[in-house]
Structures are given as structure tokens and as C-alpha cells.
Design a protein around this ligand. Sequence first.
Ligand SMILES: CNc1ncnc2c1ncn2[C@@H]1O[C@H](COP(=O)(O)O)[C@@H](O)[C@H]1O
Length: 352
Amino acid sequence: MTEGEALQFYRDLPKVVRPITELHAHLNGSISTSTMKKLMAHKPHLDIQNGMTMIEKGQKRTLEECFQMFKIIHQITDTAEDILLVTKDVIKEFAADGVKYLELRSTPRDTSMGLTKRSYVETVLEGIKQCKEEDLDIDVRYLLSVDRRGGPTVAKETVKLAEEFYCSTNELVLGVDLSGDPSVGHGKDFVDSLSEARRSGLKLALHLSEIPNQEEETELLLAVPPDRIGHGTFLTASTNIVERVKQQNIPLELCITSNIKGQTVSAYDEHHFGFWYNLGHPFLLCTDDKGVFATDLSVEYEIAAKTFNLNPDCIWDLSIKGIDYIFASEGIKKNLKEKWMQLKPKLLRRAL
Ligand SMILES: CNc1ncnc2c1ncn2[C@@H]1O[C@H](COP(=O)(O)O)[C@@H](O)[C@H]1O
């Protein structure tokens, strides 16, 4: 590629190399400004401004402040109508960004507005169903999130719900996510529930080492083991842990903008993307919270391409490899790959 062609490629990137899979997206963190406006129209008494639920371009917050934002967002999404609206809008927005397969994750919540953890899950599933009926070109699955703040009792309850819906939904519910403020609680409190989930056939996506000095809990949780690791920002601080992740070949879900805006990574070129990419270890790019961090999956690919000088073929490989790490069956993987392979020549011709 000449310099001019490269520039054009990066300019066209969102249009030409569409990310196929989004596997790390927290529902309530993924609410766009336009959906937020719709929600706020019904709750003017909350008096919540944009900056309280979203970090604009160029701005940063501490991770602690990010978790404050989720508390505010949860006040805004406390009815079944809200959760249904949010689920459908988020799915449509990912589809519009080119995503063909989405694993949404969300924490079942009891609210004062009548939602129970069970009805919360049912509402998310209803949103997925309604989008399917609208024939959107996107396959959506649901991972139930365990919030660290809830401790082992809520974790057990959530895993039980996940098991139940895993059996009754024909693979719509596929797994469990361990998330929430990483500075709250200890991973050891969740080992039993997560191991139980695994025994039932549920897949596990665990946030690990999102903040420094969590080697002990990371070792414990790696033993469960997870099927994918969220963030893993500080895994590289321990050579033993890196060796283990390599040996177990566990894919990482990397969320560049989230880590920069949440200040766990100080600059784009310091992002652990570079480390794992150079090792040839499996990973994929994700948005984490596209609403809170004001990003899109195609934007994350663009940032990675520019920061790490990835040529169109590398970006293509990155995007297609994501299919290997989805939690749905081998048949779904095969179909997605075939669909995407048919598009490759056309996409790359336009890129070069
Ligand atoms: C920034 N990095 C992160 N690390 C850990 N957990 C995160 C997160 N971003 C979001 N969440 C988790 O997702 C919830 C919001 O979506 P749901 O209500 O579940 O749909 C947050 O409350 C937190 O538990």
C-alpha cells in the first residue's frame, strides 16, 4: 500500500472492514445518547444530564467514577419497558454498525418498579425475540452477569437463573459473566457458583485483572477456568499468569477506549493489545460500554489499526478470528464464517 492508499484505507475502515462479532457488551453501559433521551423524557424528575451517563471524546474518568455512572444509569432503567426499549435499541445499533453476532451481557436486577431478576431476564429475552421478528441481520445471545457487589448469595441465584434459561431457551442464554467494580469483593467468593455454572454447560466470561494487584484472585479464577477473559489489563504484571493464560489458550476480550477513558491504560500505544498481538495469542476487540464510553465497534477496529499499524489483511484476520471465540455452537460458527468469507474479496478490493 502506498501512503495515500493507507490513508484512504484508514478513512474507509468503518465502511469496508466491518467487525462481525461483539462479545463483550454490557447492556446498560451500551445505551446511546438518543435512547437515553427517550428514557429521560419519561423521568424528568431525575434531572440527569448527558455528562452524568457518558464520557465524551477526549475526556477521562477514574474507574470509580465510571461505576458511579452505572448507578445513575440503573436509576434510569428500572422498569420492564425501559429494559425492553434499551435491549432493542442496543441490538439495532450494533446491527447498524455491521455486527452479525452479538453476545449481550446484563445483570438481572430487582427494582422498586416491579422488576424481579427473573422478569428482568425475560424482558431482555423478549427484546432479543422482537428484534429477530423484525428480521435484523444479527444473531443475539445473552450472558447473565454476576455483579461482584452482590456477593456469593446473589451470584448463586444468578447462576441458578442462568441454568434454568440455558435449558429453556434453546441456546439464547449461553453463559455467565463475572463483572462489576473490580475493587469490590474477592474472586474467591464466586469460585463455587462459577464452577457450578460450568458443570451445567454454561460458558464463562470473567473480568480478570482489570486493576493492578489481583494476582491471587486471578490465579483462583483461572483454575475454574474461564472460557474468555474480560480486559485482563494487568495480567502482564505476572509472568506466571501470562504463561498460564497462554497455556490454557484463553481468548481475551480487549476494550481499548474503555481502558483509556477509565484510565487503567495511559495511552493507546501502551494498550495490552500490543503485547497479546505480538504473542499471537487469541483475542478480540470489543466495546465494553459503547454508551458510557461513546464508541462503536467499528471505531475500536479503526483505533487498533491506526495505533498498531495493522494492514487490511491483519484487520480482516482479527475480525474473522472473533468467530472462533463465540459461545454458540460449531454450526453457528461455520455459518458465520461462510457468510463472511463470501464478503472478503469484495471488502478487501474496496479497501485497497
Ligand atoms: C468499565 N469496565 C467494567 N468492568 C466491570 N464491570 C463492568 C464494566 N463496565 C460495565 N460493567 C458492569 O456492567 C453493569 C452495567 O450493565 P448491566 O446493568 O449489567 O446491563 C455495571 O453495573 C457493571 O456491573
